[in-house]
Design a protein. Structure first.
Length: 155
């Protein structure tokens, strides 16, 4: 993985695409950001370059939002909080790395709601429109990894 400065450089625009839409060459690097594999879709048909399950909201949060779609801002806040978890921070760092090394990045999701889902929030983070929690993103992931390594050495 590159340095934080390399990883945080501006990215090309990020495309959002439902998993059930036909892949195109213009998609560039395709990354599935759902925890569950899209129903009825083969790996060949998905044409993915990566599957970052840990970027998906928790099952509990996903169900909560499904029952309360009008609470988008509350979902967004809770989801950004979940991205601060170590596994999610590491996956977010991977996503930043893919975005920094790809000519084009497509975030693939299966939600029917195309305006309000976790891929929309990830796109905003990648394009710098929204500031992630201080413990997420490439710098937070690097700090989390460093803390974990120090803790293991002490054991």
């Amino acid at each position: 993985m590159g340095t934080a400065a390399e990883v945080c450089k501006p990215f090309m625009p990020v495309i959002l695409k439902r998993a059930y839409e036909k892949p195109a060459r213009s998609d560039g690097t395709r990354v599935l950001v759902d925890r569950l594999w899209p129903r009825g879709l083969t790996k060949e048909a998905a044409a993915l370059d990566a599957w970052l399950k840990d970027l998906a909201p928790s099952d509990e949060l996903r169900r909560w939002f499904h029952a309360r779609p009008a609470l988008w801002l509350a979902f967004r806040k809770k989801y950004l909080g979940e991205l601060a978890a170590p596994a999610a921070s590491q996956a977010l760092a991977e996503l930043y790395e893919l975005a920094g090394t790809s000519r084009q990045l497509t975030l693939v999701f299966s939600s029917r709601n195309q305006e309000h889902n976790n891929a929309v929030i990830l796109k905003q983070l990648l394009e710098g429109m929204r500031k992630p929690p201080s413990t997420s993103g490439p710098k937070g992931a690097a700090a989390t990894s460093a803390r974990a390594a120090r803790a293991q050495r002490r054991r």
